[in-house]
Design a protein around this ligand. Structure first.
Ligand code: EPZ
Length: 426
């Protein structure tokens, strides 16, 4: 397995571009391949292993896809198969997005039950609840979800779990409702920027969705959806990760292709911690003129502080002066990176859903292991700030959500090399 060798003591300087949003392009590509009757072309598509995995799922279902640079061409076919197999779904939870669209388009779906991962059990009860509300019959057996419906019928529903709105369930049910008979109202809908981008794409295909960006989505069913062209929004979490990387290395970095509206809570927390953000209409300049201050962080659904930025913020606060507390309210088990940061000399104490962070003066490079894509990103960022060398293993986690992370960071002053198990440069 590949590793990243990160040389410490580097200061990031320069301009880094943000790629297209992973969590937007995944459901949008599903909608284009399954719900549409004609070709779609997506622009600003990031070159990620998750995108490659999803293309394999869609081609397994009978669609044709071609990726050229950041342009993804998607041609749906009428005889779409209706089964998403285990060996693909197990690689990427987002494959569950095909469930609702297949039932809406074909009247049936067979999707392998997605596994849990390093951040928690990842249930799909809200996905099933939402589709059953639309009239689908759903049963789970032998590790597969079987769903079918003569015709989905719009209804009002409340789609909120004990941890708040569900991004995935909102996407799944909203996509299915576009072809349902009558009107569907989803209360407690997720409001993440990637849900709004998906809704905009569906409307561009001929859907009729109101309330985009709010927690109440009203979807008036239509007979058919046609292909369209769409620019995928930029990735707020990749942008936030680069902002933290600039701050943790005391750098001076312009993060290009992001707006403050995409990550309001992250911007506010960084400023509260002493990071200087200078926004213009194309991006933000990040500088850290003085010692960072301890801050408390609560992860909550958008527009609050995103769980996908929790690990990165933890890394930054390891070097703040004072004691910070991070509370993870969205996922049930997303602190594996804390133990890895402690190996680098951080002073973190886990307490249930909270991590208490006592700031230290410096971190030291060490061999560490990525457990999910955001945990991997924080280990790279911490490695750049640490004294000495950090070797990050299980880099495949990082490649799922970051496009050539070492190339982008090296272009602004990092010193990171990718090696295979035998230590050969790649
Ligand atoms: C999406 O996952 C993202 N993935 C995750 O990003 C992100 O952490 C998460 O939303 C929250 O923002 C993609 O978009 C591909 P949820 P998703 O349904 O849809 C519970 C990353 O780093 N829940 O919003 O799976 C669930 O257990 C990844 O890019 C139910 O209880 O998340 C969690 O506690 C990691 N029942 C909470 O809701 C359900 O049916 C939020 O989950 C579904 C979810």
């Amino acid at each position: 397995m590949e590793k990243l060798i990160v040389k410490g003591g580097t200061r990031l300087e320069g301009t880094v571009p943000v790629s297209g949003c992973k969590n937007a392009v995944l459901p949008i590509a599903v909608a284009a391949a399954i719900l549409s009757d004609s070709v779609s072309v997506l622009h600003n598509v990031p070159n990620l292993t998750d995108v490659a995995t999803l293309r394999a799922v869609l081609e397994e279902l009978g669609a044709t896809t071609k990726l050229k640079d950041t342009m993804l061409y998607i041609e749906p076919v009428n005889h779409i198969a209706y089964e998403a197999p285990y060996d693909l779904v197990r690689k990427m939870r987002a494959s569950i997005y095909v469930l609702g669209p297949l039932v809406a388009k074909l009247g049936r779906a067979k999707v392998s039950f997605p596994g849990g991962c390093a951040i928690g059990p990842r249930p799909i009860d809200l996905h099933i609840q939402g589709l059953e509300s639309l009239g689908a019959q759903v049963q789970v057996e032998k590790g597969y979800i079987f769903a079918q419906a003569e015709r989905l019928v719009g209804t009002e529903m409340y789609l909120m779990g004990q941890h708040g709105p569900s991004v995935g369930a909102t996407a799944n049910v909203m996509m299915a409702a576009t072809l349902a008979e009558g009107t569907t109202v989803i209360r407690g809908a997720a409001r993440e920027p990637h849900i709004s981008d998906l809704a905009q794409f569906l409307n561009a295909m001929g859907a009729n969705i109101e309330g985009i960006g709010t927690s109440v989505l009203t979807i008036h069913g239509v007979k058919q959806l046609r292909g369209t062209e769409h620019n995928v929004i930029s990735d707020d979490i990749e942008a936030g990760t680069f902002m933290v990387a600039a701050a943790i290395t005391n750098g001076d970095v312009y993060v290009e292709g992001i707006t403050p509206q995409q990550l309001p809570a992250v911007s506010e927390k960084l400023v509260e911690a002493g990071v200087e953000l200078d926004w213009d209409d194309k991006g933000v300049r990040v500088t850290t003129p003085r010692q960072l201050k301890a801050v408390d962080v609560n992860t909550v659904p958008f527009p609050g502080f995103p769980t996908d930025m929790q690990a990165q913020m933890m890394g930054l606060l390891c070097l703040a002066s004072g004691t910070s507390v991070i509370t993870e309210n969205v996922h049930t088990d997303r602190f594996i990176h804390a133990a890895e940061l402690n190996r680098m000399g951080a002073d973190l104490m886990l307490d249930g859903r909270k991590v208490v962070i006592n700031g230290v003066s410096h971190l030291s490079g060490a061999p560490v292991m990525a457990s999910d894509l955001r945990a991997g990103a924080v280990l790279v960022a911490a490695g750049m700030a640490a004294a000495g060398e950090t070797v990050v293993s299980r880099v495949y986690h990082i490649d799922r959500g970051y496009e050539a992370i070492e190339k982008k960071l090296n272009s602004i002053g990092a010193d990171i090399i990718r090696v295979n198990d035998d230590g050969e440069d790649l």
